[in-house]
Design a binder for this molecule. Sequence first.
Ligand code: NOJ
Length: 584
Amino acid sequence: MLLVCVVCHVFMLVLCLSADEDFDWTKNEHSSFYYGTFPTGFSWGAGSSAYQTEGAWDKDGKGLSIWDVFSHKNGKIQQNETGDSSCEGYYKVKDDISLMKELKLNHYRFSISWPRLIPTGIKSEHINEKGIQYYDQLIDHLLENKITPIVTLYHWDLPQVLQEKYGGWQNISMVNYFNEFANLCFEKFGNRIKYWITFNNPWSVAVEGYETGDHAPGLKLKGTGAYRAAHHIIKAHAKVWHTYDTQWRGKQKGLVGISLLGDWGEPVDINNQKDIEAAERYVQFYLGWFATPIFHGDYPQVMKDFIGRKSVQQGLGTSRLPTFSSQEKSYIKGTCDFLGIGHFTTRYITQKNNPSGRSSNSYFIDRDLAELVDPRWPDPGSEWLYSVPWGFRRLLNFVKTQYGNPMIYVTENGVSEKMLCTELCDDWRIQYYKDYINEMLKAIKDGVNVKGYTAWSLLDKFEWDEGYSERFGLYYVDFRNKNKPRYPKASVQFYKRIISSNGFPNQREVRETKQTTKTKSVSFFISLFLLEEQRSTAANILRLIHDPLTSHMEMVTEIVVPTVCTLSILLSAIFLMFLLRRRN
Ligand code: NOJ
């Protein structure tokens, strides 16, 4: 009898918990696979950027960008490769759209090359009609094929003239030049574009462009260059948002956001306050650097404190982190209709006190932390890219709590493979997508407002300072062949299946929906009598049956457990009736 009751309890609990799994994203628990589908209307896409795929670097009146110049300098890019021809995307609009159709994409994210439209970057000097025609036909073909374009205005290819004349993003004049370029795009394409992204990953522009010098324009202005560039980028973003808001939104009814890259930082020791603070600092110096001004009007307090203190210790009169006036703060605050999130990986973070002498001027030193990785994390491709799916769910929950649950589009997520790998059987990529998309699904279940997902990237392409040595594509591109043919990798079929079923549906789930009304009320009643330990036993059982590796167990639990339980309930009822009768 006792055994029957325990079985009944556990069974009901499993049903009860499957309807309401608790999750505290601040705790270091890594849960298992979750079956389910995405909300109706969830948008599935893939992405690219102009310099990484277009090629045609000097064709049809295009001006030079800082990447054209940087990649032509000796020793800047692996094997001295350039994006001169890359995937020849400029000539393959129809071919590439047929690949998107094959995948059944809902949206395609691409960027507009500023110097292709305005060769010197200065609108009053010259507008390149051929450039406008190119993007016109790209947008039109996408729409004809029912693929929504999501357009990035700045994916790192600043017109070279603006770099040479003014010092690029070190100079405040970029704000107006960029605003004029954006305004031209709204005027020419805004009747058909409803999603605009001002900047892609400004963290990289600032840190890799002006601090480490690994990216164009290759400047090493340690401890100041990145902060200054970021300051101007944030102002430029806000200005463009206001331009759209006041001049175009009424007619065009689109949205303007920004795409921020954020790795997740997990404390090495979750019981150590110093590690917890260091991990928070890591995320604030990364995503928060840009998101906090845009959502709250100013830089994260922790950045102001740390950079301010280090600057004083270095004998400087003011902080190396620039400040916003109160007018600027209110102008910048709230300039985001949706937030684009690019996410690839995670780090363990621990506190580390860095020296603060004049010679140790740097963004990295300012953070006072050390980054670690778990050697067991898979790292199939880029050196920095470890697959840590649970970090994605944490990052998304962080965005929800810090910035008032904004509308999110995941604008980049994916994994690369190593140089000499020409395999189309990219099973590690399938695993990466499966796990990361699953964590995104869990985040949505946590209440995070994610509306769309962009696999990065549609094609193999020029991977910045790594040249063509790191391939992120769903489609393999043969760069040695002049025609740059594309071949689907195995992940194409996998992603296609996710798109067509809108996630990870499970037959059990379909049946459960039918039973929900019946079981919920019963399980709620029974759960009132259960102890916390029993809840965790049931939760473990629940995890087990959600694990794909034990899916055969699922079959057993689906058939055996319900049958046994129904029989047990019947038997208990008969037994009770029998007892009562005997008493009478
Ligand atoms: C972020 C960049 O925006 C994108 O261009 C690049 O391909 C990915 N990181 C992978 O490195």
